[in-house]
Write a protein that binds this ligand. Sequence first.
Ligand code: FE2
Length: 284
Amino acid sequence: MSTLSPAARIGRTLRGMPASDGAGVKLTRVIGSPELEMLDPFLLLDEFGTDRPEDYLAGFPEHPHRGFETVTYMLDGRMRHKDNHGNEGVLVPGSVQWMTAGRGLVHSEMPEQHEGRMRGFQLWVNLPASEKMTQPQYQEYAPDRIPQLQPADGVHVKVIAGRVGEVDGPIRQPATDPIYLDIELAPNATWQYELPEGHNAFAYAFEGEGSLGEGDEARALSAQHLAVLIGGPRLTLAAGAAGLRVILVAGRPLREPVARYGPFVMNTREQVMQAFVDFQEGRF
Ligand code: FE2
């Protein structure tokens, strides 16, 4: 008798859309666009990646957030963040910042460089109604605090959140129990990973190409494409001849109403209006 769990497969793939945010930073919006408004509990995924300073120098000057979490994962470049509660720091290549905006804060995210490459991701993770007005909180880790392992030949995984084998990532968020892995597969390498049952999950390829799924159900996945996963929890990733790099992200869906406007993500329209008032009156 087989004890294997059902296999994950690609439900759909999509490319991000060119977008501009902050003071004119060029980026690719992958989740949070008309094509994929959200994947509960994930509200937005932006990929930023450029060698051209004019695409990022303007940065993200002061702006508010309320009701959710922003997760910044830097691949290249340095970014300084600073908020109105006295928190400040610099993200370097390989750093992650998991910021629980909660009841609200005002911060800036500005490049700490004038040339060279800037590359990474920003993900927005929703909070349940019961935690939208929680105190702001940061979980920020330098690259050497993010465990790395080689779970199979030619497979390197950085565990930002969730568990791989016996290795736990540093991020704690019981509300959505997130998984966030940076996976690098050498040419033709394969890896199998068991996602938590009932999580929504996606894989976003950012270098190379390969496939996701098993046997007849394996589908191609190439750089700058997001795969929304369906089916069971047993995920199989395989790299093609050029290797493959993906982020694999999963979380427990909240299944609550979402009312969002720009940097405010609440449950009702009234709560969003209240966020505007509170922000304007300096209560963040
Ligand atoms: Fe922000």
